[in-house]
Design a protein around this ligand. Structure first.
Ligand SMILES: Cc1cc2nc3c(=O)[nH]c(=O)nc-3n(C[C@H](O)[C@H](O)[C@H](O)COP(=O)(O)O)c2cc1C
Length: 178
């Protein structure tokens, strides 16, 4: 049973970017800044064969510095129809491999390039949204979260099913009290 839950957990995460309107397209990604947790919504772009979760961001965004200082992070997914929560925890790194960066950069097209082109630095204070200006430079960066633990909780009758899979145990699972 644990094996099949692990497989379906990975499959459901992949549906986040493979299926239109899947609730896992958007997830919550944490970071730590001066001992305080910070959380934000991001778009899941891919999960690699090594279970690395991939996100795009602006290379000037504050989370980049936060992950340099403390790479520990957690990603939270929730599927409202299936009452299914999945948590992925591990370390976040900037992806620097040129081939991979080129591959991901190609997928950013049209209006969405503006997400990485603001003249003002992300998170800087402005008087009005109309003040945002766009330059030519694409400040595109890719973050990869290497998981060391993946946890699934599905609310069901008669028993909720919560289990955890750890990289250190070769992704073998164990059940937890929900
Ligand atoms: C629906 C939605 C999707 C978002 N997707 C991303 C994303 O993929 N990457 C990203 O850096 N920020 C994304 N954001 C913006 C972040 O939530 C956050 O506001 C921004 O990254 C600044 O975060 P930071 O100051 O903690 O770095 C998204 C916001 C929303 C509402």
């Amino acid at each position: 049973m644990l094996d099949s839950i692990f497989k379906s957990t990975l499959q459901e995460i992949k549906f986040g970017y493979l299926k239109r309107k899947h609730p896992f397209k958007y997830c919550s990604l944490s970071s730590i800044s001066e001992d305080r947790p910070i959380i934000r919504t991001v778009v899941l772009r891919e999960m690699t064969n090594q279970h690395e979760l991939v996100f795009f961001t602006d290379q000037r965004s504050p989370k980049i510095e936060q992950y340099k200082k403390n790479p520990h992070a957690e990603v939270l997914f929730y599927h409202p129809k299936k009452l299914w929560q999945i948590k992925v925890s591990g370390k976040v790194q900037l992806i620097k491999d040129e081939k991979r960066l080129h591959y991901y950069r190609q997928s950013v097209q049209g209006a969405s390039t503006n997400d990485y082109k603001t003249k003002q630095t992300p998170s800087s204070v402005i008087k009005n949204p109309d003040q945002i200006e766009y330059g030519e430079d694409l400040h595109f960066a890719v973050l990869g979260l290497q998981p060391d633990s993946i946890e699934s909780l599905q609310l069901k009758r008669p028993n909720h099913i919560r289990c955890r899979f750890k990289r250190a145990n070769d992704w073998q699972g164990e059940f937890l009290v929900p």
